[in-house]
Structures are given as structure tokens and as C-alpha cells.
Design a protein around this ligand. Structure first.
Ligand SMILES: Nc1ncnc2c1ncn2[C@@H]1O[C@H](COP(=O)(O)OP(=O)(O)OP(=O)(O)O)[C@@H](O)[C@H]1O
Ligand SMILES: [Mg+2]
Length: 260
């Protein structure tokens, strides 16, 4: 099937909320080192996939696997520890903290040692703090927002907030980065830069799993695209094959002229 082994796998995953079947027997494989996109209409079940991966929900049926180990049933902090980080469809930042502090908090989420370090002695803690600032600035540089490092998160433009969320997620040093509609609210120039950034992230060795409505971006960056419709997977193929799939066009893309 695929040349590289799947880093992340969903095996016949079903997710029900009361009477609503958000996902119905969905199989997905995200190859290591790929940029994998998940698209589909509003309410198709895309964000539910991320909530299952990150341990927010337990699947009603089926299982999830990461690097060959089962992750369904793990709690969110346990999933973070195996190397999965995410951004949110509705931006979640510490509004009154600076951009740099937001990233440093992301790094702290990974290390229990920051608390322990503080307890053991200030010197080590201070060094960690300095290293943390340096790493934080490197990550802000990677996403292109060092100029606002000291600004509070709530004062940043929408596009910069989205990029800051990515930097914060990367601070946990994930193997897999989940991006939930990162281009939402961005202008065309920002979307262009986001495409470059997503490829850069993949090139430094992080597998990227992207949920996105902007088809230009999806087609531009993705190695593979899966399509959900009413909780069912209706396609899973190369971007060009998905773009011309009659079922996908009917369910989601509409007439080719509308497929922006
Ligand atoms: N916690 C929940 N409780 C009840 N229903 C839920 C819950 N989470 C999601 N759903 C329902 O599951 C379905 C899929 O929702 P989901 O948020 O995964 O869609 P989506 O594809 O991300 O949509 P969008 O493109 O609008 O973000 C919807 O019908 C939604 O109302
Ligand atoms: Mg969603």
C-alpha cells in the first residue's frame, strides 16, 4: 500500500455522541514523514478525529495506534508525552502572556522537570529558564513572528496567533503535529507563508496531520488527502485523485470552479 509505515493509525473507529454518529468505522493511516490532510463538510467529524487522537474522547468502537503502540484509552497528558501535539480550531492561547511566554509554557508541558528543577535549586532552574527562552525564540523564528515575541498574545493579529499556536505545539517536540484549520482567518499572503511553514515543519522531521477547508493550501502541501462526509470516509488518495473524485466533488468540493 504505502511505502512508509503509518505513524498514526485509526482502525475501524466509530464515535457516537448520544444518538449522533460522528464517525462510522473510519480507517486512517498517516505515513511517517508525510503531510496528510483531512477534509470534508462542516460537521463531517474531522475535529472529532483529533479529539480521539489526543485522548479527549475514547472511541465507541475501534482503536488508535501511534508508532505501533495503542493510544486509545490514554489520557490527554499521556498522549502528549508519546509525541503528539495539536493546535485548536478555536485558538487557545494564554491571552495575557507574551508570545514568548506562551511558547515557553508549551515546552514546560513536556518536562515534569521544570517543577522538580525549581524545587531542587534555583541555579539549575535559571539555566532551564534561559535555555527555554532561547528555544522559545528559535521556535518563534521558525514560524516567523520573533518581532512580536514580547507582545501579549491577545494583541497579535489573527494570523500571528495561529502561528504562535503552532510554535507552542512544536515546543513539546512532537513527532506528530495536528493542525485544525490553521489557515482560518488568514489572508492570502499569510496562507502562502503557512504553506511554506508546514513544509518546513515536515522537513525538520515532524509528521503533519492537517484539517483544512482551504483547498488551495491542501492541494499545495499535502502528500495524501482523506475525505470525510457524515462521519464516513469517502476517499483517501493523492491530492489530484481526490480533487477529481466524483463522490468528493458531490459531497464537498462542488463544481470545480467552486473548489477554492
Ligand atoms: N462532544 C460532543 N457532543 C455531542 N456531539 C458532538 C460532540 N463533538 C462533536 N459532536 C458532533 O459530531 C459531529 C462532528 O463534529 P466535528 O466537530 O468533528 O465536525 P468537523 O468536521 O470538525 O466540522 P467543522 O468543519 O465545522 O469544524 C457534529 O454533528 C457535532 O455536532
Ligand atoms: Mg472542526
Amino acid at each position: 500500500m504505502t511505502e512508509s509505515a503509518a505513524l498514526l493509525e485509526l482502525r475501524t473507529v466509530t464515535q457516537q455522541f448520544g444518538g449522533v454518529t460522528a464517525l462510522s468505522e473510519v480507517d486512517l493511516g498517516v505515513p511517517e514523514g508525510a503531510i496528510f490532510a483531512l477534509i470534508g463538510p462542516n460537521g463531517a467529524g474531522k475535529t472529532t478525529v483529533f479529539n480521539l487522537i489526543t485522548g479527549v474522547y475514547r472511541p465507541t468502537a475501534g482503536s488508535l495506534w501511534f508508532g505501533g503502540a495503542k493510544i486509545s484509552g490514554k489520557r490527554p497528558h499521556e498522549v502528549a508525552r508519546v509525541g503528539i501535539a495539536r493546535t485548536f480550531q478555536n485558538i487557545r492561547l494564554f491571552d495575557n502572556m507574551s508570545a514568548l511566554e506562551n511558547v515557553m509554557v508549551g515546552a514546560d508541558a513536556r518536562h515534569d522537570s521544570s517543577v522538580v528543577g525549581a524545587a531542587l535549586g534555583l541555579r539549575r532552574h535559571r539555566r532551564e529558564e534561559r535555555d527555554g527562552r532561547e528555544r522559545g525564540m528559535q521556535l518563534l523564528d521558525l514560524v516567523g513572528i520573533t518581532r512580536v515575541a514580547e507582545d501579549t498574545a491577545k494583541g497579535l493579529s489573527y494570523g500571528d496567533q495561529r502561528r504562535l499556536e503552532i510554535a507552542r505545539a512544536l515546543a513539546t517536540q512532537p513527532r506528530l503535529l495536528l493542525l485544525d484549520e490553521p489557515a482560518a482567518g488568514m489572508n492570502p499572503a499569510e496562507k502562502e507563508q503557512l504553506g511554506v511553514l508546514i513544509r518546513k515543519i515536515r522537513d525538520i522531521g515532524v509528521t503533519v496531520f492537517l484539517i483544512e477547508h482551504d483547498m488551495g493550501l491542501v492541494m499545495q502541501v499535502s502528500d495524501r488527502v482523506a475525505v470525510l462526509d457524515f462521519g464516513q470516509k469517502i476517499a483517501d488518495d493523492t491530492p489530484s485523485a481526490v480533487r477529481t473524485d466524483p463522490r468528493v466533488i458531490e459531497a464537498y468540493l462542488g463544481a470545480p470552479a467552486d473548489a477554492t
